[in-house]
Structure formats: structure tokens, C-alpha cells
Design a protein around this ligand. Structure first.
Ligand SMILES: CC(C)(COP(=O)(O)OP(=O)(O)OC[C@H]1O[C@@H](n2cnc3c(N)ncnc32)[C@H](O)[C@@H]1OP(=O)(O)O)[C@@H](O)C(=O)NCCC(=O)NCCS
Length: 422
């Protein structure tokens, strides 16, 4: 493919075309400003690629999601969370020795300093868990000054990655236990990640619950340059440490337009149920432009077709609720809402489909996870994605601090007026 040509005020410049391995095409505008004095503007980065990455591939038109080339459907069925985390972080599926080594490292670092436990228990028990988890994550950095350096050796990276992963499950469960008046649980290296997390939460391991969580963690593990992953990259690009970068990612995930949607979906389904279950009325609210209400768990920046994760989660939802003997009336409301929306002109025209958050909360609730902790569950799953995006970035020879430009629209130069004359 030849270079693209751009004409600005009579001057033509050539922009190199970059092609990805799945044939996506981008224009390299890195010299645009230097050559023309002009920048690009793209609210919400709708058309902006922030990096080249070999981690995750999404084709939003066809509903495809792959980690390192492996289809999400196959990974959810055949793999497990630690293996997927290793794959994302290192680029290849592990051998059994590599997997055991990775698990052993996570187990070794699955403890948090007593001072971090104290920080968690100093929060009000009813504090939102995302505030507690992001605070505890960044607090950890204070206990590992050797891992705060701007550039890390390979040995540092090999320590900080399992440390962040091991600590995250302890922090997430410690926060839950604190809200129930209990002290932090003790990790157990004989369990896998999801089993250990359920044990840390509930002091018991139920294999059905752990496998359901394992699949949910896999489905959430990465999603290329989404809001929180981009946040991790932006913060990390200043050479801030991994704890600080991940903590920033947790905060970006909290918002209801991103990971916070899983909490909002359940609150919405509960509100519909308490309102008599009339989901058609709520669909009308979502379409009404004078009403700020949006159908939570619907729509996606990239998927303009079924979110492949939502398909798997919907099926898993039926299976796990049956297995646990849980009957939740909001599942019927969710299914009715989905059916109605998928045949409604407003949603069809805008290509709005259920996303990953639409059914996940119903599973979390059946597993005994409190609603305000749902986004923490998303964060636990997304952690390997954040870590792999950060690692890819700091290892890249093209690493530059992320520093967008702007078009200034404020006042021109004016003179200062003393307060008495204003
Ligand atoms: C995910 C989301 C933020 C994507 O936003 P986006 O790519 O910027 O898309 P837009 O907000 O421009 O939406 C495009 C159109 O669809 C409408 N729309 C998008 N999502 C909608 C929803 N959930 N309910 C009702 N209308 C929706 C918008 O109002 C807009 O309509 P218009 O063209 O008439 O103005 C958005 O779909 C949303 O808010 N969804 C609900 C929150 C959610 O589930 N987030 C989790 C994502 S995994």
C-alpha cells in the first residue's frame, strides 16, 4: 500500500501507512506537526491508535476477541486464569514447568505487609471497595522502594509482576472481610488463583464457584487499548512504577461507562424489578434523549456486533445458577430486556448489543459477591491485561512519555487587573 497524501493549505505531505497482522490500517502522523505545524484532534480517541501492540486482537464488526492469537471461546473452555495471564504477559502459552514456576511465584508474593492490612482496616467498613483496593495497591509501592525505579531490570520485572498479582487477590478479599468485621485471611499456595480468592473471601473453597470465577477472570483478562489499559500506559509512560500505574487503572475502571457498569446493571435490573418488572418502560427511558438514563451493560465503543464475552457469560449464567440452585428473578428481566432491545429500531440502528457487564453481575450475585464489589471482580480479572500492556510499553524501544496536544480556545493575552478593580 502506498503512502497516504494529505493537502494542507496548498502543501501536500505523505503519511506512511502502517498495516497490522490482521490487516487493520493506520496512518503514521508522528511527523505531521513537525512538517506542517498542524495536529490532529479526536475527542475520546475514537480514531486514534496509541501504540502498536501484539497482545490482543479485536474485530468489533465481527465480534472477535483473541489473546495472542488464541480465540476467547477456546481459552474460556480449555484454559485457566494463570495460564491466560502467563500467555498475555509473556506472549506464549507456558510449558507445565513454566506454569508451575509462575504459580509458585504468585503464591510466594500472596501476602501483604501488616501496614497495608492496617490501611485497609482503617477505611470505613462501608467504603466503596474500588477506593480501598486502588489505595492499597498504590500503598504497596512504599514497601518496595527497589521496585519504584524508573527503569526496571529483568529480575525486578520478574518480581513485581507476581507481586502485584498475588497481592491483588489478598487486598480484594481483605477489603470484603473488613466490611464483615473479619481480619485478613491467609493465602494458601495449594490452591489456584480463583480457589485461593474464594478461600480468602469465604474461608472455604467451592469448586463450582472457583471455576465460574476462573472463566470470568479469563473473559476479563485483556481488551487492548480500553480506558483503564490506556490509563495504565499513560501513567507508566512517565516511568511511574507498576503499583502506581495499576492503581490508576483501577480508578479508570471504576467509572460506570467502563467496568463500573457491572454494578450499575444489577442496580438497574433491581430498580426495574422494584418498579413492577416493566422493562419496556425502561427501554423507552433509554431511548429518550431528554432522559440521561442509558441501558447499562449495552453498547460498546469497539463491538458493533455481539460482544463474544457476553455470549459466553450468558450461557455460563444459566449453567451456574442451575448448578447452585439459585433462582434470581432479575435473570428473566435481563433476558426480556435483551430480547426487546435486539429487535428495537433504536438499538438495531446504533448497533447496540449486550456487553461483558450485562450478565456478569447476575453470576457474581449468585456466587455471594456483594454488588458494590463487582467492579473489583472485573479488576482482578483485568490485572494480567494491565500488566502485559505496561510490560510491552516499558520494553518498547519506541517508549515516549504520553503527552497529547490540544487546540487552545481560551482568552488571548490580557493584562492583570487588581482585585479592587474587578
Ligand atoms: C460503552 C459506551 C460508553 C460506548 O460509548 P461510545 O462509543 O462513545 O458511543 P456513544 O455514546 O457515542 O453512542 C452512540 C449512540 O448510541 C447511543 N447509546 C450508546 N449506548 C447506549 C445505551 N447503553 N443506552 C442507550 N443509548 C445508547 C448513544 O446515545 C448514541 O446515540 P446518538 O447517535 O443518537 O447520539 C456506551 O455504549 C454506554 O454508555 N453504554 C452503557 C455503559 C456500559 O455498559 N459500559 C460498559 C462498556 S463494556
Amino acid at each position: 500500500m502506498s503512502n497516504a497524501k494529505l493537502e494542507i493549505e496548498g502543501k501536500t505531505i505523505e503519511l506512511p501507512i502502517i498495516k497490522g497482522s490482521e490487516n487493520e490500517v493506520g496512518l503514521d502522523i508522528s511527523k505531521l506537526r513537525a512538517e506542517t505545524g498542524v495536529i490532529t484532534v479526536d475527542d475520546g480517541f475514537v480514531n486514534t491508535g496509541s501504540c502498536e501492540s501484539s497482545i490482543t486482537f479485536i474485530n468489533g464488526g465481527e465480534g472477535i476477541l483473541r489473546y495472542r492469537g488464541y480465540g476467547i471461546e477456546e481459552l474460556a473452555e480449555k484454559s485457566n486464569f494463570e495460564e491466560v495471564a502467563y500467555l498475555l504477559i509473556n506472549g506464549e502459552l507456558p510449558t507445565s514447568a513454566q506454569l508451575s514456576g509462575f504459580k509458585a511465584k504468585i503464591a510466594e508474593y500472596s501476602t501483604i505487609p501488616v501496614e497495608v492490612k492496617n490501611i485497609i482496616s482503617s477505611f470505613p467498613p462501608e467504603a466503596h471497595p474500588m477506593a480501598v483496593v486502588s489505595s492499597a495497591m498504590v500503598a504497596l509501592s512504599a514497601f518496595y522502594p527497589e521496585l519504584q525505579k524508573g527503569t526496571l531490570t529483568e529480575a525486578d520485572t520478574e518480581k513485581v509482576i507476581p507481586l502485584v498479582m498475588g497481592a491483588m487477590k489478598v487486598i480484594a478479599a481483605a477489603n470484603y472481610r473488613h466490611s464483615k468485621g473479619k481480619t485478613t485471611g491467609t493465602p494458601n499456595g495449594k490452591y489456584n488463583y480463583a480457589q485461593d480468592f474464594t478461600n480468602l473471601m469465604f474461608d472455604k473453597v467451592d469448586d463450582d464457584i472457583a471455576r465460574a470465577l476462573d472463566v470470568l477472570f479469563i473473559l476479563h483478562a485483556d481488551h487492548e487499548q480500553n480506558c483503564s489499559a490506556s490509563t495504565v500506559r499513560v501513567v507508566g509512560s512517565s516511568r511511574a512504577n507498576l503499583f502506581a500505574s495499576v492503581s490508576a487503572g483501577i480508578n479508570a475502571l471504576w467509572g460506570p461507562l467502563h467496568g463500573g457498569a457491572n454494578q450499575k446493571v444489577i442496580e438497574m435490573l433491581d430498580a426495574i424489578q422494584n418498579d413492577g418488572g416493566d422493562y419496556k418502560k425502561w427501554l423507552g427511558k433509554a431511548k429518550d434523549k431528554s432522559d440521561p438514563f442509558r441501558l447499562m451493560g449495552f453498547g460498546h465503543r469497539v463491538y458493533k456486533n455481539f460482544d463474544p464475552r457476553a455470549k459466553i457469560i450468558k450461557k455460563a449464567c444459566d449453567t451456574i445458577l442451575n448448578k447452585l440452585g439459585v433462582q434470581d428473578p432479575i435473570l428473566d428481566i435481563a433476558k426480556g430486556l435483551e430480547e426487546q432491545a435486539l429487535s428495537d429500531e433504536y438499538f438495531v440502528e446504533r448497533k447496540l448489543y449486550p456487553n461483558v457487564d450485562f450478565y456478569s453481575g447476575i453470576i457474581y450475585r449468585a456466587l455471594g459477591i456483594p454488588t458494590h464489589m463487582f467492579t473489583v471482580m472485573f479488576a482482578l480479572g483485568r490485572l494480567p491485561g494491565w500488566v502485559s500492556q505496561w510490560k510491552e510499553m516499558i520494553e518498547s524501544p519506541n517508549l515516549k512519555i504520553c503527552r497529547p496536544r490540544q487546540i487552545y480556545t481560551g482568552s488571548k493575552l490580557r493584562s492583570y487587573t487588581g482585585i479592587e478593580s474587578r
